[in-house]
Design a protein. Structure first.
Length: 301
């Protein structure tokens, strides 16, 4: 009996829903919109919690300028970080005359350059080992900045080669002259003049002397005024004297060939060589000096 009622009830319920128009909803409930959240502006300052300090915003590091190298300083070029305006300003400042205060404090008669003690000791030892004859003298401090801190009076370059007359020089100048004579000048003279006596002396026209270049009244001070230079006028073979000469390239004599060799030899030992005929003031002698130049440059003319 119970089994018969159950299907009947189900059928009645289905019929009732159809009659009354009951249906399932076409779609489920719509989701609610998410509430909007106020976003702070990008440039707004974020507030830290109470009791916590915040640091200032970090700035991007500024790239450092390229350091001036020793080569830049030495060559006198502007560092690469300079602008054209800054370089022009620096040049103007360099060329400007010092003001009145600087002129007052600048020494009008500076003392002679100081010798490095170790270098001087080594130079004197090397010169003595070559057989040179010399005496050390007191410092020379003449007017207009002329002078030698540690001069020597040189009378003989080698045991068998004299310097005539004696000359006052810096040790470095004397040492280079002695080395050149021993290593190159004597062998070249023997090759050029096999029938002459051996080289007996070098005759000079000027050692230390306080004067300007080329003995003019104004201009730069000569390297002779610091003991850095010597002028060679002639060579003596026994009793015979052979003056230095202007050696033309088309002159095929032994004397001209020897002079051209002498000119080249000298530039291996001295930083400045003005050969006979190099200019109007060097017609009858050779100027040799040991002044240092930038990057080891040598002037041989």
């Amino acid at each position: 009996m119970t089994k018969t009622r159950t299907p009947t009830l189900i059928s009645l319920l289905l019929a009732w829903s159809i009659v009354t128009g009951l249906t399932l909803p076409s779609r489920g409930p719509l989701p609610q919109m998410r509430p909007e959240v106020a976003t702070p502006a990008p440039d707004a300052e974020a507030k830290a919690p109470d009791g916590i300090q915040t640091s200032a915003p970090l700035e991007a590091p500024t790239p450092q300028s390229k350091p001036e190298t020793a080569a830049d300083a030495e060559e006198g070029t502007e560092p690469s970080s300079h602008t054209e305006t800054e370089a022009a300003k620096d040049k103007t400042n360099d060329e400007a005359e010092p003001d009145g205060d600087e002129q007052k404090t600048a020494p009008l008669d500076p003392p002679p350059p100081v010798e490095d003690p170790k270098a001087l000791t080594a130079c004197l030892a090397d010169l003595k080992a070559l057989g040179a004859r010399f005496e050390t003298d007191k410092a020379i401090d003449d007017a207009d900045g002329c002078g030698i801190a540690a001069p020597i009076t040189l009378t003989r370059l080698l045991p068998d080669v004299a310097l005539e007359p004696e000359a006052t020089l810096r040790c470095e100048t004397a040492l280079q002259l002695a080395r050149m004579t021993r290593d190159m000048l004597k062998p070249a003279a023997e090759a050029a003049f096999p029938d002459k006596p051996k080289l007996a002396a070098i005759r000079h026209a000027s050692g230390y002397v306080c004067r300007n270049r080329n003995s003019v009244e104004t201009g730069k001070v000569s390297e002779h005024a610091y003991g850095n230079a010597i002028d060679i006028a002639a060579l003596r073979f026994g009793a015979e004297e052979e003056p230095v000469m202007i050696a033309k390239q088309d002159d095929g004599t032994a004397e001209a060939a020897f002079q051209r060799a002498f000119n080249a030899i000298a530039c291996l030992y001295f930083n400045t060589v003005l050969s006979p005929g190099s200019d109007a003031t060097h017609q009858d002698h050779m100027h040799l000096d040991v002044v240092k130049r930038k990057s080891g440059f040598r002037y041989c003319r």
